[in-house]
Design a protein around this ligand. Structure first.
Ligand SMILES: *Cc1c(COP(=O)(O)O)cnc(C)c1O
Length: 224
Protein backbone atom coordinates (compact mmCIF):
# COMPACT_ATOMS: atom_id res chain seq x y z
CA UNK A 1 0.00 0.00 0.00
CA UNK A 2 2.99 2.35 0.47
CA UNK A 3 3.17 2.88 -3.27
CA UNK A 4 -0.11 4.80 -3.12
CA UNK A 5 1.39 7.44 -0.83
CA UNK A 6 4.53 7.61 -3.02
CA UNK A 7 2.40 8.15 -6.13
CA UNK A 8 0.36 10.82 -4.37
CA UNK A 9 3.49 12.70 -3.33
CA UNK A 10 4.96 12.44 -6.80
CA UNK A 11 1.83 13.92 -8.40
CA UNK A 12 1.42 16.68 -5.80
CA UNK A 13 5.08 17.70 -6.21
CA UNK A 14 4.54 18.21 -9.96
CA UNK A 15 1.36 20.33 -9.71
CA UNK A 16 1.41 24.13 -9.93
CA UNK A 17 0.10 25.77 -6.74
CA UNK A 18 -2.89 27.11 -8.66
CA UNK A 19 -4.18 23.64 -9.53
CA UNK A 20 -6.27 21.68 -7.04
CA UNK A 21 -5.86 17.90 -6.92
CA UNK A 22 -9.05 15.88 -6.59
CA UNK A 23 -8.05 12.34 -5.66
CA UNK A 24 -10.64 10.16 -7.39
CA UNK A 25 -11.32 7.36 -4.93
CA UNK A 26 -14.29 5.66 -6.61
CA UNK A 27 -14.39 1.86 -5.97
CA UNK A 28 -11.61 2.21 -3.34
CA UNK A 29 -12.27 1.25 0.27
CA UNK A 30 -12.48 3.69 3.18
CA UNK A 31 -9.25 2.15 4.57
CA UNK A 32 -7.37 2.93 1.37
CA UNK A 33 -8.75 6.46 1.29
CA UNK A 34 -7.68 6.93 4.92
CA UNK A 35 -4.11 6.10 3.93
CA UNK A 36 -4.12 8.92 1.38
CA UNK A 37 -5.83 11.20 3.90
CA UNK A 38 -3.10 10.48 6.46
CA UNK A 39 -0.52 11.48 3.84
CA UNK A 40 -2.14 14.93 3.76
CA UNK A 41 -4.70 14.78 0.93
CA UNK A 42 -8.06 16.36 1.88
CA UNK A 43 -9.94 16.56 -1.43
CA UNK A 44 -11.53 13.42 -2.86
CA UNK A 45 -13.85 12.70 -5.79
CA UNK A 46 -16.54 10.04 -6.16
CA UNK A 47 -19.00 9.24 -8.94
CA UNK A 48 -21.77 7.31 -7.16
CA UNK A 49 -24.03 9.07 -4.64
CA UNK A 50 -24.67 6.15 -2.28
CA UNK A 51 -21.02 5.06 -2.28
CA UNK A 52 -20.04 8.64 -1.49
CA UNK A 53 -22.50 9.00 1.40
CA UNK A 54 -21.27 5.72 2.93
CA UNK A 55 -17.64 6.84 2.72
CA UNK A 56 -18.53 10.24 4.15
CA UNK A 57 -19.94 8.47 7.22
CA UNK A 58 -16.81 6.35 7.71
CA UNK A 59 -14.10 8.96 7.09
CA UNK A 60 -12.87 12.18 8.79
CA UNK A 61 -15.26 15.09 8.49
CA UNK A 62 -12.70 17.59 7.21
CA UNK A 63 -12.54 15.80 3.84
CA UNK A 64 -13.76 17.98 0.97
CA UNK A 65 -15.92 15.67 -1.17
CA UNK A 66 -16.45 16.37 -4.86
CA UNK A 67 -19.10 14.58 -6.90
CA UNK A 68 -17.84 13.94 -10.44
CA UNK A 69 -20.24 11.40 -11.97
CA UNK A 70 -23.57 11.58 -13.71
CA UNK A 71 -26.12 12.46 -11.01
CA UNK A 72 -29.74 11.32 -11.00
CA UNK A 73 -32.31 13.57 -9.33
CA UNK A 74 -33.44 10.87 -6.88
CA UNK A 75 -29.85 10.49 -5.58
CA UNK A 76 -29.14 14.13 -4.78
CA UNK A 77 -30.54 13.78 -1.25
CA UNK A 78 -27.75 11.35 -0.28
CA UNK A 79 -24.98 13.89 -0.83
CA UNK A 80 -26.66 17.28 -0.33
CA UNK A 81 -25.90 17.49 3.43
CA UNK A 82 -22.14 17.54 2.96
CA UNK A 83 -20.91 17.58 -0.67
CA UNK A 84 -18.52 20.45 -1.42
CA UNK A 85 -18.88 20.62 -5.19
CA UNK A 86 -20.85 18.84 -7.91
CA UNK A 87 -18.92 18.84 -11.19
CA UNK A 88 -21.52 17.26 -13.42
CA UNK A 89 -24.40 19.67 -14.00
CA UNK A 90 -25.93 18.80 -17.37
CA UNK A 91 -29.52 20.03 -17.01
CA UNK A 92 -31.69 22.63 -15.32
CA UNK A 93 -33.68 19.75 -13.82
CA UNK A 94 -30.72 18.41 -11.82
CA UNK A 95 -29.74 21.92 -10.78
CA UNK A 96 -33.27 22.60 -9.48
CA UNK A 97 -33.18 19.40 -7.43
CA UNK A 98 -29.76 20.23 -5.99
CA UNK A 99 -31.10 23.67 -5.08
CA UNK A 100 -34.11 22.09 -3.34
CA UNK A 101 -31.96 19.68 -1.34
CA UNK A 102 -29.41 22.38 -0.51
CA UNK A 103 -32.21 24.58 0.82
CA UNK A 104 -33.46 21.70 3.00
CA UNK A 105 -29.96 21.43 4.45
CA UNK A 106 -29.62 25.20 4.79
CA UNK A 107 -26.58 25.18 2.49
CA UNK A 108 -25.31 26.64 -0.75
CA UNK A 109 -23.81 23.93 -2.97
CA UNK A 110 -21.05 24.76 -5.45
CA UNK A 111 -21.59 23.37 -8.94
CA UNK A 112 -19.80 23.19 -12.29
CA UNK A 113 -21.47 23.03 -15.69
CA UNK A 114 -20.31 19.90 -17.48
CA UNK A 115 -19.62 20.43 -21.17
CA UNK A 116 -19.51 17.87 -23.88
CA UNK A 117 -16.13 18.45 -25.53
CA UNK A 118 -15.15 14.94 -26.71
CA UNK A 119 -15.77 13.19 -30.00
CA UNK A 120 -17.21 10.14 -28.26
CA UNK A 121 -20.96 9.73 -28.27
CA UNK A 122 -21.28 8.33 -24.77
CA UNK A 123 -20.19 11.29 -22.65
CA UNK A 124 -22.65 13.47 -20.77
CA UNK A 125 -22.67 17.22 -20.89
CA UNK A 126 -24.12 20.45 -22.22
CA UNK A 127 -23.26 22.29 -25.41
CA UNK A 128 -22.84 26.05 -25.39
CA UNK A 129 -26.39 26.71 -26.62
CA UNK A 130 -27.92 24.55 -23.90
CA UNK A 131 -25.78 26.29 -21.29
CA UNK A 132 -26.84 29.72 -22.55
CA UNK A 133 -30.51 28.69 -22.42
CA UNK A 134 -30.09 27.33 -18.90
CA UNK A 135 -28.30 30.43 -17.60
CA UNK A 136 -30.81 32.78 -19.27
CA UNK A 137 -33.87 30.99 -17.87
CA UNK A 138 -36.14 32.53 -15.26
CA UNK A 139 -36.05 29.30 -13.28
CA UNK A 140 -32.26 29.45 -13.02
CA UNK A 141 -32.37 33.03 -11.73
CA UNK A 142 -34.57 31.85 -8.86
CA UNK A 143 -32.17 29.17 -7.59
CA UNK A 144 -30.55 30.73 -4.53
CA UNK A 145 -28.95 27.69 -2.93
CA UNK A 146 -26.60 26.71 -5.75
CA UNK A 147 -23.56 28.59 -6.98
CA UNK A 148 -22.08 28.02 -10.44
CA UNK A 149 -18.30 28.12 -9.98
CA UNK A 150 -17.09 27.16 -13.45
CA UNK A 151 -16.98 24.36 -15.99
CA UNK A 152 -15.95 20.71 -16.28
CA UNK A 153 -15.17 18.47 -19.23
CA UNK A 154 -13.62 15.19 -20.31
CA UNK A 155 -11.46 14.84 -23.40
CA UNK A 156 -11.76 11.99 -25.88
CA UNK A 157 -9.99 8.79 -24.82
CA UNK A 158 -7.20 8.84 -27.42
CA UNK A 159 -3.41 8.98 -27.78
CA UNK A 160 -3.75 11.97 -30.10
CA UNK A 161 -2.31 14.84 -28.05
CA UNK A 162 -3.28 17.44 -30.61
CA UNK A 163 -6.91 16.44 -30.37
CA UNK A 164 -6.89 16.35 -26.56
CA UNK A 165 -5.31 19.80 -26.45
CA UNK A 166 -7.89 21.11 -28.88
CA UNK A 167 -10.73 19.82 -26.71
CA UNK A 168 -9.25 21.30 -23.51
CA UNK A 169 -8.60 24.66 -25.17
CA UNK A 170 -12.19 24.58 -26.40
CA UNK A 171 -13.38 24.13 -22.80
CA UNK A 172 -11.21 27.06 -21.73
CA UNK A 173 -12.80 29.15 -24.49
CA UNK A 174 -16.28 28.13 -23.31
CA UNK A 175 -15.30 29.12 -19.75
CA UNK A 176 -14.16 32.57 -20.91
CA UNK A 177 -17.31 33.11 -22.92
CA UNK A 178 -19.65 32.15 -20.07
CA UNK A 179 -17.66 34.20 -17.60
CA UNK A 180 -17.92 37.25 -19.84
CA UNK A 181 -21.64 36.81 -20.56
CA UNK A 182 -22.97 35.71 -17.17
CA UNK A 183 -20.39 35.92 -14.37
CA UNK A 184 -18.20 38.93 -15.18
CA UNK A 185 -18.74 40.33 -11.67
CA UNK A 186 -18.51 36.98 -9.88
CA UNK A 187 -15.05 36.10 -8.56
CA UNK A 188 -16.26 32.62 -7.55
CA UNK A 189 -16.75 31.70 -11.22
CA UNK A 190 -13.12 30.64 -11.58
CA UNK A 191 -12.83 26.87 -11.97
CA UNK A 192 -11.99 24.75 -14.99
CA UNK A 193 -12.13 21.08 -13.98
CA UNK A 194 -10.24 19.14 -16.65
CA UNK A 195 -7.53 16.50 -16.71
CA UNK A 196 -7.39 12.88 -15.55
CA UNK A 197 -4.57 10.35 -15.14
CA UNK A 198 -3.68 10.13 -18.83
CA UNK A 199 -4.09 13.76 -19.82
CA UNK A 200 -3.69 16.02 -16.77
CA UNK A 201 -0.35 17.56 -17.79
CA UNK A 202 -1.91 18.67 -21.09
CA UNK A 203 -4.97 19.96 -19.23
CA UNK A 204 -2.82 22.08 -16.93
CA UNK A 205 -0.99 23.56 -19.90
CA UNK A 206 -4.39 24.46 -21.38
CA UNK A 207 -5.59 26.22 -18.21
CA UNK A 208 -7.04 23.62 -15.84
CA UNK A 209 -7.61 24.69 -12.22
CA UNK A 210 -8.74 21.27 -10.95
CA UNK A 211 -7.43 17.87 -11.99
CA UNK A 212 -9.37 14.69 -11.18
CA UNK A 213 -6.83 11.90 -10.79
CA UNK A 214 -7.69 8.32 -9.84
CA UNK A 215 -5.56 5.49 -11.20
CA UNK A 216 -2.25 7.37 -11.12
CA UNK A 217 -2.67 7.54 -7.32
CA UNK A 218 -4.60 4.39 -6.39
CA UNK A 219 -3.53 2.09 -9.20
CA UNK A 220 -5.88 0.53 -11.72
CA UNK A 221 -9.47 0.19 -10.54
CA UNK A 222 -10.86 -3.26 -9.87
CA UNK A 223 -8.41 -3.75 -6.98
CA UNK A 224 -9.49 -2.37 -3.63
C1 LIG B 1 -12.91 8.04 -12.90
C2 LIG B 1 -12.93 9.47 -13.26
C3 LIG B 1 -11.76 10.25 -13.19
C4 LIG B 1 -10.40 9.67 -12.85
O1 LIG B 1 -9.96 8.82 -13.86
P1 LIG B 1 -8.43 8.27 -13.89
O2 LIG B 1 -8.18 8.01 -15.33
O3 LIG B 1 -8.43 7.04 -13.06
O4 LIG B 1 -7.56 9.32 -13.33
C5 LIG B 1 -11.86 11.59 -13.49
N1 LIG B 1 -13.04 12.17 -13.82
C6 LIG B 1 -14.18 11.46 -13.90
C7 LIG B 1 -15.44 12.16 -14.28
C8 LIG B 1 -14.17 10.10 -13.62
O5 LIG B 1 -15.31 9.40 -13.70
Amino acid sequence: MEYIVEQLKYIVSGLPKTVKLIAVSKTKSAETIKLVYDAGQRVFGENKAQELSEKHLLLPKDIEWHFIGHLQTNKVKYIAPFVKMIHSIDSLKILAEINKQALKNNRIIDCLLQFYIAEEETKFGLDIQEANDLLNSLEFSQLKNIRICGVMGMATFTDNEIQIRKEFSNLKRIFNQIKKNFFAEAPFFAEISMGMTDDYTLAIEEGSTMVRIGSAIFGKRGTK
